[in-house]
Design a binder for this molecule. Sequence first.
Ligand code: TTP
Ligand code: MG
Length: 379
Amino acid sequence: MTTQSQPPPYQPGGSYRHILHADLDAFYAAVEVLDNPDLDGKAVMVGGDPENRGVVATASYEARVFGVHSAMPMRTAVRLCPQGIIIHPRFDRYRQMSRAVMDVFHDFTELVEPLSMDEAYLDITEAVDAGRLPLAIALELKNTVHEKTGLTLSVGAGTSKSVAKIASDLHKPDGLVVVAPGEEREFLAPLVVGKLWGIGPKTGQRLRADGVETIGDLASQSTGWFQRRFGKRALDVQSRATGEDREPVRTEREAKSVSAESTFATDLTGEDTLYPHLSRLAGRVAQHLEGKQLKGKTVTVKARLADFTTFTRQTTLPYPTGSDTVILETAWRLFSRELTPGRSFRLLGVGVSGFTEDEEYQLPLFGEEQLIGDGDSAQ
Ligand code: TTP
Ligand code: MG
């Protein structure tokens, strides 16, 4: 995917990327403890009712000592840890805390790739190249998150995403592991293959049956072996095993969608009034896409009615586009169906997503070049 320039090839002694993987500790349970200090130091199990076949979403580290873990039936958890305190999840509160944490991440770098509510990659190459140590940045990140939210974060630092992710998990909770450039292989070698991203329990089992237990065992296999074993995934798996993977940190917007929206000063109604707004938004989206050298296949329109009802309509084109005209035509097709007489709108948005990773597929399949030059309706 051409979301950003590819990182430089891995060269020992050459230019490195510096990536952090940050993951909150026992996230839901930690938020519950934060909001009710009486729970501090206790076995907290967040999830559904044991009577209603509920499952554990997460458990505090005090409960984990008893073998309680995520996705376990709550009934089993109660059996393992009868003194455990069951708490029903409060997703809105977790989302609010997640936003606060992600905001801190964004204060450190623009290059943040969230993986879930409590976890993200941060590309800190620029700061390191400017003279800061990854260790110092990681420490500051942990401290800032703690100061601003009260939550503890585990952080791993490395020259690639896979190394950083494995590192962050190693000394949980409140962990901090920095893998120095050039030491990736050594760091990974003793760990079990299942720690590698993309090696699930089944693959791990098959590898073990063949005597490949550790990441070191895996890394020492030949390229031919990887090809026979993993087919299309061979290079990815091999580069992760040797700590050389080059996956870029993809920011939220780059990874998901490019969009523009505007809220009107007064509610608007009618084709003649709304078309120019949609056109302006389509133009803005096309401009962003061009800046990022992206083309997407899915066009989305978002609308908010005078009564605040909000909805989206989307369609997927047979080919990826970045053209303002194509985006506008598609968006208008979606939106005009919603334009019933008298319906008035307070917000309109246009988005493009579904970016393809396949370079070839990004080539226009038919005559799109003509359309690109035809965008006088935009802006
Ligand atoms: P995780 O980061 O996997 O777990 P965690 O933060 O609770 O614990 P730690 O990172 O210290 O190991 O997931 C983050 C949140 O996602 C978790 O608090 C609850 C939720 N979750 C579920 O609801 N179900 C699951 O199966 C998992 C794994 C997580
Ligand atoms: Mg976590």
